[in-house]
Design a binder for this molecule. Structure first.
Ligand SMILES: [Zn+2]
Length: 356
C-alpha cells in the first residue's frame, strides 16, 4: 500500500544541548527550547478560546501519547483528551447499576435524537445485541454527556469518526455540543505499518502485575535468553514480582495482521479526511527518511530500539541500543521520531491554524 507522504518537519536547531525525552522535566525544557514562541501563542489563545481536534491515525499510532504531551504542555484544564473507546467501556460498566442507568436514561431523554428508540439503543448497548447496529447518534450522546461533565475546554477527540459514515457527523459535531463557533480541525497521523507491527509484535506483559513493555522499544532493566526457542525476553522490573518472565499476549505474535481490518478502515478514514474541503488539517508524520535525518532532526529525537545477543561464554544477554531502522510504507529507509518531536510540529500547526 502506498503511504501518505506527509511533509517532513524540521526540528533541528543550533543548540548542542541534548534532552532525555522520557524525563518530564527534561521534556519541558526541550519543548521550551524548540517551541517557545508557538507555545506562548497557543497558550495565550487558550486563555479565552477553545478548539476541537479530531485525531485520526491508525490503531497503535500513539494518539494517546501525543494527547498526553499536549495536555502536559498546556494543562489538563485547557486541553482534554477524549477517547471514545474509553467512554464506551466506562459506560458499559454501569450495566448493573440502576441508579447510574437512570441518570443516563434521563440524559438521553433530554438530548438524544435518532431513528432507533432510546430503549432499543440501551438494549443493544448493554446486552451487546449484535443484531442491532448501535447508532452513531447514541455514541455521540455518550461523548456529549462526557463533555458536559466538565467545564468547557479544548478537546482532542480520539476514536470518532470511527468509520466513513461518521465523518459527516463530525463536521457538525461542534454544533451538537454547543461549541458552535469553535474552530475544529483534523489532526492526521502518518505512522508506517512496520512501526505498528513491531509495537504489537514485541509487546510483553508481566503475568503477575500486568505491566506492559516492549522488548525492543521499552525494555526492562534485565533480559533473559531462552536457549530452547532462541528467544530473548524481558524480566519484570517490579520488585514485588520476583524475577518473572514477561510474556506476549495471545495473538500479538501476528503483529499488525491481527488488526488488519481495523488498519484498512483507519487508512481509508485518514485519506477521506485528508480530502475534505473547508476543514483545516494538521499533518503529522512519525517517519524521518534516513538520508535527510541528520539535517532535519537532532539525534536524540530519533527513537532507539534494543538489539540483543547472547554471550555463550558468560551466559549473559548483551543489549545494544541504536536508532530504530524501519522501511516506511513507500519503501523509504527511515527512522522513527520520538513522540515529543512530532508534538513540536503539532504545536506549530495548531498555532498556524488557530491564530490568523
Ligand atoms: Zn510484574
Amino acid at each position: 500500500m502506498r503511504g501518505l507522504d506527509f511533509p517532513i518537519f524540521k526540528t533541528k536547531n543550533d543548540s548542542s544541548r541534548e534532552y532525555n525525552l522520557s524525563d518530564p522535566e527534561e521534556r519541558k525544557a526541550y519543548f521550551w527550547e524548540k517551541s517557545e514562541e508557538d507555545i506562548k501563542a497557543v497558550a495565550e489563545y487558550l486563555e479565552d478560546n477553545t478548539f476541537i481536534a479530531y485525531l485520526l491515525g491508525k490503531k497503535q499510532a500513539g494518539k494517546g501519547t501525543y494527547s498526553k504531551l499536549l495536555a502536559e504542555i498546556f494543562g489538563k484544564d485547557k486541553i482534554r483528551h477524549l477517547s471514545v473507546g474509553d467512554i464506551v467501556r466506562e459506560t458499559e460498566k454501569i450495566r448493573d447499576n440502576e441508579e447510574e442507568k437512570e441518570k443516563l436514561l434521563k440524559y438521553l431523554e433530554e438530548n438524544y435524537r435518532g431513528f432507533l428508540s432510546i430503549d432499543d439503543s440501551i438494549e443493544a448497548f448493554f446486552n451487546r445485541n449484535t443484531q442491532t447496529l448501535l447508532p452513531t447518534e447514541f455514541i455521540m450522546m455518550l461523548v456529549k454527556r462526557e463533555i458536559d461533565k466538565s467545564a468547557k475546554s479544548s478537546l482532542l477527540i480520539d476514536g470518532f469518526p470511527r468509520d466513513l459514515d461518521q465523518i459527516s457527523y463530525s463536521l457538525y459535531f461542534r454544533e451538537l455540543i454547543n461549541y458552535r463557533n469553535d474552530p475544529d480541525l483534523f489532526a492526521l497521523f502518518d505512522v508506517s505499518e512496520q512501526i505498528i507491527d513491531e509495537r504489537i509484535k514485541y509487546r510483553a506483559i508481566c503475568p503477575k502485575c500486568s505491566t506492559s513493555r516492549n522488548l525492543r522499544l521499552f525494555p526492562t532493566k534485565t533480559q533473559g535468553y531462552d536457549k530452547e526457542s532462541g528467544e530473548f525476553y524481558l524480566i519484570c522490573d517490579n520488585p514485588d514480582c520476583e524475577p518473572v518472565r514477561m510474556v506476549a499476549k495471545e495473538g500479538d505474535e501476528m503483529g499488525i495482521e491481527a488488526i488488519r481490518d481495523r488498519i484498512e478502515t483507519d487508512d481509508e478514514l485518514i485519506r477521506k479526511a485528508f480530502s475534505l474541503h473547508g476543514v483545516p488539517k494538521i499533518l503529522l508524520r512519525n517517519g524521518m527518511p534516513k538520508n535527510i535525518a541528520e539535517e532535519m532532526a537532532d539525534n536524540y529525537e530519533l527513537t532507539e530500539a534494543a538489539n540483543y545477543t547472547f554471550d555463550e561464554s558468560t551466559g549473559n544477554v548483551i543489549r545494544t541500543d541504536s536508532e530504530w531502522e524501519i522501511v516506511d510504507d513507500n519503501g523509504i529507509e527511515s527512522y522513527s521520531l520520538q513522540a515529543a518531536a512530532v508534538v513540536v510540529s503539532f504545536i506549530k500547526q495548531l498555532r498556524e491554524n488557530l491564530i490568523k
